[in-house]
Design a binder for this molecule. Structure first.
Ligand SMILES: Nc1ncnc2c1ncn2[C@@H]1O[C@H](COP(=O)(O)OP(=O)(O)OP(=O)(O)O)[C@@H](O)[C@H]1O
Length: 256
């Protein structure tokens, strides 16, 4: 399956933590230039999906194909996972977005610094260059992370709950950047909890409850019956469920 024209393709994807599946038999694809929300109840595998795409988790079964190389993928983890104690200032943090262009030992050039300044201006953080990231509010830190993605110039952008703990004004500003990326034909996948925002701004939706409940046009996926079904599936899920027979057989076959 893994269709050549897809930015990301999943075929029967299963991902587990210590043999307990967090994503179970998911199939579908993200088209280049698509703007997709990933929604579902708590614990339904949304973050696991993004981490799998970015290569942070091994896959248990099925196939996952990601078209761009790692340096063309921008990944924004949940804010709680960002180490705010790391001793780095705003400018250097944004400059890290250039690592794909500079390489591990590459020198920082003037063009990169100009891009960093332009990105900080775009997110409304001029004057914050020398502030340590630990001294920022949640909304300011999220603006820094978006500035970093602006300089990264990624083809595929993965955002995990990007508007959590962010006020309405900052959310509107950052949503503007998401729309800009979409206009530039970048592929954006965002984990979100706000159904109204998804309906208004995200044309495509993936609805998860560890298994796939729906994937397609937002108006067709975010229906009341689908949302009820996702809630019921999440409530009925056994946290300690083992892999199903098909997965176990496939894993044994792969190991043989
Ligand atoms: N590192 C881990 N070790 C063990 N289990 C994990 C780990 N990370 C996630 N899980 C489990 O995998 C399941 C899916 O988690 P995931 O974080 O992907 O859900 P989510 O839909 O993003 O949830 P939320 O909306 O609460 O952020 C949950 O049952 C969770 O407890």
């Amino acid at each position: 399956m893994v269709t050549p024209e897809a930015m990301v393709s999943l075929r029967n994807l299963t991902v587990s933590y210590r043999q307990h599946p967090a994503l179970h038999h998911i199939s579908g694809s993200f088209a280049p230039g698509s703007l997709t929300a990933v929604v579902g109840p708590n614990g339904s595998g949304k973050s696991t999906l993004l981490k799998s795409i970015v290569g942070l988790l091994p896959i248990e079964g099925g196939a996952l194909a990601v078209a761009p190389p790692r340096e063309r993928i921008a990944y924004l983890p949940q804010m709680a996972e960002i180490d705010r104690g790391f001793p780095i200032d705003v400018r250097d943090c944004v400059l890290l977005g250039c690592w794909g262009a500079a390489g591990a030992w590459g020198a920082v050039n003037r063009a990169m610094l100009t891009r960093v300044d332009a990105a900080l201006q775009a997110v409304g953080l001029e004057g914050f260059e020398r502030r340590s990231i630990g001294s920022l509010s949640s909304g300011q830190l999220q603006r820094v992370m978006f500035a970093r993605m602006l300089v990264q110039d990624a083809e595929l952008i993965l955002l995990d709950e990007p508007f959590n703990a962010v006020d309405a004004r900052t959310t509107a500003a950052l949503l503007g950047l998401v729309r800009q990326w979409h206009g530039q034909r970048r592929t954006v996948i965002a984990v979100l909890h706000d159904d109204a925002m998804v309906r208004q701004h995200f044309p495509q939706t993936v609805l998860l409850a560890r298994e796939l409940v729906g994937w397609g046009a937002t108006g067709e996926v975010l229906t009341e019956p689908n949302l009820r079904r996702a809630r019921a599936m999440a409530e009925a899920w056994d946290e300690n469920a083992e892999l199903c027979g098909t997965d176990t057989a496939a894993a044994q076959e792969a190991a043989a």
